[in-house]
Every structure is written in structure tokens, then in C-alpha cells.
Design a protein around this ligand. Structure first.
Ligand code: SF4
Length: 359
């Protein structure tokens, strides 16, 4: 359990306390892909007591985006310059990937941040430049800021193909699923920095599910788990914050205001969860000049098809472990991913494949 910034003694102490858990059998869902990766990377799963099961949730942005890639592929073929995060390039669309389209001569620029996409637009004033935006409340405020900047600077060749998603509707959808038995939520540190830990109060109070916000070092993940287990032992359900230096109860109000100004929440499709009401950040009408769907796709949203045999939908709902998919490690590997969950190191299949030796 080594990491340059982690505290091994602290992690060992927390693990010892977790191993003493004496409550009922419980499944904790780690909502966030970065938690999934940290848990695999540090071999945490195999060190937990038998009564504690961890299930991976829908918090990996490239994994839950069912559309966006087909739309982006079409746009590149029509001649736009596409900018997006590197992970998105290898995610299978219905017939091909952005990576293959790029190899065929399509103009795709991987970026680290949406500000790089603005620079591409500035450097290519004669071309349409589209940013394929992915992610939850962690990245969507930066996309909102870029749209405001483009508007202010009159960058009319720039637009955003938004696949940005709101976290809470997905968690609520999981709770509404009668087949899901979630005993606790390990809530993401990054998105909670923006939405605030109070965002989970409804889940704790009304659904009686213990929640703990956690950071990504092993000892932070373990502390979050311990908070949840202690609540179970005491018969409580509340929201606890194991990442207090970073996450506040109210979150980042400025970032939330930015989201509210530029986006509206609309129904949106999720891989595995289907269409969820009010779960997608779409550009507000006053910014439609920067909305790729309005500008270049006739307002249409293309709906892609899942690859044959891929069980990402089941994995993302927490109903199936990655290794239970018949294609796992046989036909589907990080080098030749069949589904989105194998592409990103934060996807449950990708994380399980990369770190299964540790398990
Ligand atoms: Fe899909 Fe591959 Fe995961 Fe199976 S192992 S669910 S095919 S991504």
C-alpha cells in the first residue's frame, strides 16, 4: 500500500479497525472511478473483512457516456477539428473509435483541459473547432467557463458537444433499482468539492444510506469506509466527510453558479442506467451559438449501440463484477477494449485488469 503521498502506518491502523467490523454483511458502492482505481491499485479489496463487499459505481466519465462518440466521429468526418480528453479516443463508438478516425486522417487534438481547446480555436479561425466535454461536476464548470470566454472573445468557430453529467441523478437512479442493495456510498472527493457534502443529505436522511466523502490516498479511502461501517454498527445513516480539507458542506458556490448560468439540466442517456431525468448538462438557450448539437447536428442527439457481448451496463450498475463478463481478459483488454469500462484506468474493467495481480 505504497504511494508517494500516502501514510502507510495510518492506513494500516485504519485497516485494522475495519477488519474488526462486526456488523451485518454490507455492500459499499464506491461511486467514483478514481476511487475504483485507488482501491485496485493498493490491493484494498482483498484486505477487507468477509462481510464487506465493494461494488464499483457509475463514476467513470468515459464509461457512462453512450452518445457523444458517434456524434463526434460524424463531425470529424464532416471536417471539424475535434478536441477532447485523451481517454475518449479509444472508447468504442457503434462502428469505430475516434482513434481510428484520427488514423484515417481525421483532425482530433487530445487536450488536458478545455482551455487548450480554446487555443486550438484561436489558432484555426477558419475552421470549426468542437470540444467534446465529458465528466461530472469536476470538469463541467471549466467547460462553462470556456463557453463564457468564447462568447466574450467572439470565438464563433468554437462549440461544445456536451456529454457532461450530473452525479446526483445517477445515485438516485441506483437507489430506485429494486435489484440494488447498497448499504453505503463512498462519495467522490472531486465532484463533492463542487457540489458539497450536503448534496448527499437526502440519500442519508430519506433513504437511510450512510454516506462518506473520501479523498483518494489509501488512508483516505479507508477512513471513508470506516466512517460508513461505524454508522452501520450504530444503526445510523448520515453524511460524514473524510476529506474535510478539500470538501465543504456547501461545496464551491462560484463553480455551481457558473454551471447554472451556462447549462440547463436535461434528460440524458447513460450507459447502463438508460435515460435519467435532469441528469445532463446541456447548454442554455442563450449559449446556443456555442452548442455543437444546435450548430452542427440539427439539434439531434445520436444514440449509439453497445458493442455485442459487452456487459458494461451491468458492471456500471454494480450488478456484475468486471471479471464476470465473459469477454473480460479474453477478447477485451486495455490494448483492445471492447467496451468503455476497459478503456479508462478509472473504469471498473480497466482497473480490475491492470491491478488483478495485486488482488
Ligand atoms: Fe465490456 Fe470489456 Fe468490461 Fe466486458 S470486460 S463489460 S466487454 S468493457
Amino acid at each position: 500500500m505504497n504511494s508517494p503521498h500516502s501514510s502507510a502506518p495510518e492506513a494500516a491502523k485504519l485497516l485494522e479497525l475495519i477488519q474488526k467490523y462486526s456488523g451485518p454483511k454490507i455492500a459499499i458502492m464506491e461511486v467514483c472511478g478514481t476511487h475504483t482505481m485507488a482501491i485496485y491499485q493498493h490491493g484494498i479489496r482483498s484486505l477487507l473483512p468477509e462481510q464487506l463487499q465493494l461494488i464499483s459505481g457509475p463514476g467513470c466519465p468515459v464509461c457512462v457516456t453512450p452518445v457523444g462518440f458517434d456524434e463526434a466521429i460524424r463531425l470529424v468526418r464532416e471536417g471539424v477539428i475535434l478536441t477532447t480528453y485523451g481517454d475518449a479516443l479509444r472508447v468504442p463508438g457503434t462502428h469505430t473509435t475516434l482513434e481510428r478516425v484520427r488514423a484515417e486522417g481525421g483532425e482530433i487534438t487530445p487536450v488536458y483541459a478545455v482551455t487548450d481547446a480554446l487555443k486550438v480555436a484561436r489558432d484555426n479561425p477558419e475552421r470549426e473547432v468542437v470540444f467534446l466535454g465529458l465528466g461530472f461536476e469536476t470538469t463541467s464548470p471549466t467547460a462553462a467557463h470556456a463557453i463564457l470566454t468564447a462568447k466574450k472573445r467572439g470565438l464563433t468557430n468554437f462549440s461544445v458537444l456536451s456529454a457532461h453529467k450530473a452525479l446526483m441523478p445517477a445515485m438516485q437512479a441506483l437507489l430506485a433499482d429494486p435489484l440494488m442493495e447498497i448499504g453505503g456510498f463512498l462519495c467522490p472527493g472531486h465532484a463533492s468539492m463542487v457540489i458539497g457534502s450536503d448534496a448527499y443529505l437526502d440519500i442519508a436522511r430519506n433513504h437511510k444510506i450512510p454516506c462518506a466523502v473520501a479523498g483518494f490516498q489509501p488512508e483516505q479511502v479507508l477512513l471513508g469506509m470506516l466512517y460508513i461501517l461505524r454508522q452501520i454498527e450504530r444503526g445510523e445513516a448520515k453524511v460524514e466527510n473524510a476529506y474535510p480539507g478539500v470538501v465543504t458542506p456547501e461545496g464551491n458556490r462560484a463553480a455551481m453558479a457558473l454551471l447554472k448560468k451556462v447549462f440547463v439540466l436535461a434528460d440524458s442517456r447513460w450507459r447502463g442506467l438508460g435515460e435519467l431525468p435532469g441528469s445532463g448538462y446541456m447548454l442554455a438557450p442563450e449559449f446556443e451559438a456555442f452548442d455543437t448539437r444546435k450548430k452542427l447536428l440539427d439539434g439531434q442527439e445520436l444514440v449509439g449501440e453497445e458493442p455485442a457481448g459487452c456487459k458494461c451496463a451491468e458492471v456500471l450498475r454494480g450488478r456484475m463484477g468486471a471479471q464476470e463478463c465473459p469477454l473480460f481478459a479474453k477478447v477485451c483488454t486495455p490494448e483492445a477494449p471492447v467496451g468503455a469500462c476497459m478503456v479508462s484506468s478509472e473504469g471498473a474493467c480497466g482497473a480490475h485488469y491492470r491491478y488483478r495481480g495485486i488482488e
